[in-house]
Design a protein around this ligand. Structure first.
Ligand SMILES: [Zn+2]
Length: 260
């Protein structure tokens, strides 16, 4: 009977976590991310990802937080995800997902650079990445960047290279007014416990100052499903399961990137 109790406890915990998420979305936010001294100041944010679907699969809590608070969000997708020859389809799917996520389509850019092609074993040059990202910053007056951390959630080399490209930009360019945040990769257990992970993320964030860490709960997790469903070429059964059980559907832990 022990397993029945375990399963029942997990179900209760899952439901309680979802209640916490929905309660948070219906009450005034106390999160100070992107506020200056508690006051609203419109920010120009650039989300840098590697492939179409990264935004919906991993960053949707962050996107929802930014757009619902009236900040300007730009998305730079550094490849069309052509590893399986579906790049042109995937590019269009990204725009459809961004329409669901309420990101203006003119603020979404996808690159198809010969040196930045999707795939394991494809090494992306960090200097090239830094130069491209710098161009976007200058074009749109970006003052804050969000991207993967050095593990890149799934360990995909393209995700990791994007992180190092941003880091190179911060290190090499005199962009003193740019701040950058990374999506914290969690361990495999936390990664697949769905909304239950919010308690670990909230505790993690409480142990750090708002200057270095924030936990953003997804106020509309159902929107993440809908956005990911726009990526029809990728919307196979195991990705549906991933989106349901992935903690990144329900919360994002963001940590400030410090370059020293
Ligand atoms: Zn990816």
């Amino acid at each position: 009977m022990a397993w029945v109790l375990i399963v029942a406890s997990l179900v209760v915990l899952w439901v309680a976590s979802l209640c916490k998420i929905f309660y948070t979305s219906s009450s005034p936010s106390r999160n100070s991310f992107l506020t200056t001294g508690g006051a609203f100041q419109k920010r120009n944010v650039l989300l840098v990802v590697a492939h179409p679907d990264d935004e919906s699969m991993f960053f949707s809590p962050t996107i929802s937080y930014i757009t619902s608070r009236g900040h300007n969000l730009h998305i730079l997708c550094l490849s069309i995800g052509d590893a399986d020859g579906k790049g042109n389809i995937r590019k269009e799917e990204l725009y459809q997902a961004c329409a669901i996520l309420k990101v203006p389509l003119q603020q979404v850019k996808t690159l198809d650079h010969p040196e930045l092609q999707d795939g394991f074993g494809r090494v992306w040059n960090h200097t090239l990445l830094a130069k491209i990202i710098e161009g976007e910053i200058n074009s749109h007056g970006i003052d804050l960047i969000i991207t993967f951390d050095r593990y890149g959630v799934s360990g995909h080399c393209n995700h990791r290279d994007v992180h190092y490209g941003v880091r190179k930009l911060l290190r090499d360019t005199p962009q003193g007014n740019i701040e950058a945040w990374e999506l914290v990769s969690t361990n495999i257990l936390r990664k697949y416990i769905g909304p239950v992970d919010i308690w670990f993320s909230i505790l993690d964030a409480m142990q750090h100052s708002g200057e270095v860490m924030h936990c953003l709960l997804n106020e509309h997790p159902q929107k993440s499903f809908l956005a990911m469903a726009q990526h029809s070429s990728q919307w196979v059964w195991f990705r549906k399961l991933f989106v349901a059980f992935s903690s990144y559907t329900y919360a994002n832990m963001l940590r400030r990137i410090e370059c020293i």
